[in-house]
Write a protein that binds this ligand. Structure first.
Ligand code: NAD
Length: 338
């Protein structure tokens, strides 16, 4: 039987999760819940997703906008086998009680604090930790990007310490009130930043320090990584290791891809939905080694790298497939892999 999935919060992440779930053979979208009948609500209707009112008093606004409402969010939660909560940071925590009331398992996103769920999840790193769990948090875009690199390095060489500088986009393309629009902000100013502890929700024993900045960009984040490995390595060996990862795209030399803008163009040229880049994009030329110290640059598409992870989390929670089978199926159905 297909797993019946509801999405609560149909914004940047929610609309992508809905399409990704719908593309899988073993799960389906039975409805999405929204607070307001904006353009994304009309997108949901065009996609054929039944619309539920997240705030019951606002249901009439949907009718006025010509959108038929299938019911209230309560009913969606009661009907669904699982809810993927994609509401803004902090709202997921408030919603947990609603899910518990209906005994409906739920997935939360990385904007929530780790204690919203029993398990923090990255498919490549700890798929089995989510097996049979009722409440799982798919970690943030940055933590997902870091985890995908750390997992193979840890398995192959052992990791002594990770140091990462995260150059973060000021906001997503539609978030026109965010910034800075002309500045370079150490952000958070306090170092090391909170991003390292978040990675430790996936790798509890890892030594990691992170620093964050915010810049006037909307396209992607860029990470500068230094990883002290357990063994002396060669750049070529590390490169091969990363090339073998399906959710890492090692950008070849010679393509002229010198930044996030051209990566986004590559995705749009390929006809990818919403120009999404589900993979970490590691510049091959940047993979440099000095003894046990590895350096590299990677770009992370904040709007989409967590999407395949949400699909895999559903399979883990319902014990549908093993890790490799799930990840491969997700990737095939979405078109992950450049
Ligand atoms: P968003 O603002 O684009 O979308 C959130 C949606 O939820 C909006 O449609 C909003 O109207 C709706 N909403 C608000 N209150 C609601 C409620 N009470 N019930 C139901 N729906 C409600 O936000 P987003 O960027 O998609 O972020 C969602 C979560 O994903 C956050 O935890 C965020 O930290 C995390 N996340 C975001 C990104 C990113 O870069 N955008 C990346 C990874 C993880």
């Amino acid at each position: 039987a297909m797993i019946r999935v509801g999405v609560n919060g149909y914004g940047t992440i929610g609309k992508r999760v809905a399409d990704a779930v719908e593309a899988q053979p073993d799960m389906e979208i039975i409805g999405v819940a929204k607070t307001q009948p904006n353009f994304e609500a009309h997108t949901a209707v065009k996609r054929g997703y039944p619309m539920y009112a997240a705030i019951p008093e606002r249901a009439p606004l949907f009718a006025e906008a010509g959108i038929e409402v299938a019911g209230e969010v309560d009913e969606l939660v009661a009907e669904a086998d699982i809810i993927v909560d994609c509401t803004p940071s902090g709202i997921g925590e408030q919603n947990r009680e609603l899910y518990e009331t209906h005994h409906t398992p739920a997935i939360f996103q990385g904007g929530e604090s780790a204690d919203v769920a029993d398990v923090s999840f990255n498919a490549r790193s700890n798929f089995d930790a989510a097996r049979d769990a009722d409440y799982v948090r798919v970690v943030s875009c940055n933590t997902t990007g870091l985890s995908r690199v750390i997992a193979p390095l840890e398995e192959e060489y052992g990791v002594e310490k990770v140091r990462a500088t995260l150059v973060r986009r000021g906001g997503d393309p539609g978030q026109n009130s965010r910034g800075p629009i002309n500045d370079i902000l150490p952000n958070p100013i306090k170092v090391p930043s909170h991003h390292g502890p978040d990675v430790k929700t996936i790798f509890p024993d890892l030594e990691i320090d992170t620093l964050g900045l915010k810049v006037p960009a909307t396209l992607m984040h860029v990470h500068a990584l230094n990883v002290t490995l357990g063994d002396d390595v060669t750049g070529a060996h590390v490169r091969q290791l990363l090339e073998d990862e399906d959710r890492i795209y090692v950008i070849p030399e010679g393509l002229g891809i010198d930044g996030a803008g051209k990566l986004k163009d590559l995705a749009l040229d390929a006809g990818r939905p919403r120009g999404d880049l589900w993979e970490n994009c590691v510049w091959g030329e940047s993979i440099g080694v000095n003894g046990r110290d590895l350096y590299l640059f990677q770009a992370i598409h904040q709007e989409s790298d967590v999407i395949p992870e949400n699909v895999d989390a559903i399979r883990a929670m319902f014990d549908l497939e093993d890790k490799e089978t799930s990840m491969q199926r997700t990737d095939r159905q979405l078109g992950v892999g450049i």
